[in-house]
Write a protein that binds this ligand. Structure first.
Ligand code: NAP
Length: 297
């Protein structure tokens, strides 16, 4: 019997674990992939108060070490179901807790065009900081207009020979500073008002076909394509215990409480105004604190 089971070992989940462990609770963190979550993809974090600059990888490792040094247990299992009585069923085992915190984050959104799956790892990547070094002096494209895409383009501009930044509108969602930095690079070309319509190649990706909003088509010869078009939560399996909106995010009345007593939500996977590292760790600390308080009642 655990006090708290946390589903997801990203910043929200690990912060919940940190708070619960420091309150002397018996904690289990269940993670399907690797600890760190989406922050692993951040090349540099420069908007976390008190830390001028840190890589996402180092941030995740520091947090992981902080949790495991306190005796936190992380098991790499996929959660398939959570019951209202706080039974958690994974692909390997069944666990029982007094409270459950869902901190499942979200997954990379796919373009959903032909051959996308086929070229993953053969020219297509969703993580510039993980795979960028494979494209030294090569030609790459980045798709997306958010902070991730522009950060990826900046990161790749220092590695690759040429970077195309393809975005479906002519305005970026990303902070202006990124656009200005990119405009100052001489190996970055913006391809705006454009969408990728097809991917070409035999074994590996060799070119992409891009359509602009007037229907004009162009072929870009590329060695790599980094897709950074946002995230999608995967919460269908929790529908028996939480309400989710039309985009798949979990509803919470005041931030961390779900409709089921003793089941909490934290981080990017919930409906919220701002999905950032700061708000993820904020949720994680509040969810754990609420769980601890309410299980004592
Ligand atoms: P995002 O902000 O949701 O941006 C996604 C981008 O992809 C948007 O420009 C969107 O276009 C585009 N897009 C969505 N679906 C598309 C499709 N099917 N085809 C083509 N383009 C598509 O996602 P994100 O950049 O991954 O960032 C997620 C969150 O993390 C944000 O809150 C972001 O600020 C934060 N973040 C922060 C940092 C940092 O502070 N250092 C770094 C990375 C991420 P439209 O603009 O036209 O909708």
């Amino acid at each position: 019997m655990y006090d708290i089971i946390i589903v997801g070992a990203g910043p929200a989940g690990l912060t919940s674990a940190l708070y619960a462990l420091r309150a002397n609770k018996k904690v289990l963190v269940l993670e399907a992939k690797s600890y760190g979550g989406q922050i692993l993809n951040a090349n540099k974090i420069e908007n976390y108060p008190g830390i001028a600059s840190i890589s996402g990888f180092d941030f995740a490792n520091n947090l992981y070490n902080q949790v495991t040094k306190l005796g936190g247990i992380i098991k790499y299992e996929t959660v398939n179901r959570v019951e209202a009585d706080k039974t958690v069923i994974t692909n390997k085992d069944t666990y029982q807790a007094k409270a459950v915190i869902l901190a499942t984050g979200s997954e990379n959104r796919k373009l959903q065009i032909e051959n996308e799956q086929k070229f993953i790892g053969k020219g297509i990547s969703y993580c510039a900081t993980c795979d960028g070094h494979f494209y030294k002096n090569k030609i790459v494209a980045v798709n997306g207009g958010g902070n991730t895409a522009l950060e990826d383009a900046l990161y790749l501009a220092d590695i690759a020979k040429k970077v195309y930044l393809i975005h479906r509108r002519d305005e970026f969602r990303a902070e202006d500073a990124y656009r200005e930095e990119l405009e100052a690079k001489n190996n970055v070309e913006f391809i705006l008002n454009s969408t990728i319509v097809s991917l070409k190649g035999e074994e590996n990706l060799t070119s992409i076909i891009v359509n602009d909003k007037d229907g004009k088509e162009q072929e870009l010869v590329v060695d790599g394509l980094f897709i950074a078009i946002g995230q999608e939560p995967k919460n269908e399996i929790f529908k028996n215990v939480v309400d989710i909106n039309e985009h798949g995010y979990i509803e919470s009345d005041d931030g961390v409480h779900t409709k089921t007593s003793g089941i909490y939500v934290a981080g990017d996977t919930r409906i919220k105004m701002l999905r950032q590292l700061t708000t993820a760790v904020s949720d994680g600390s509040i969810a754990a604190t609420m769980a601890i308080k309410e299980m004592a009642k």
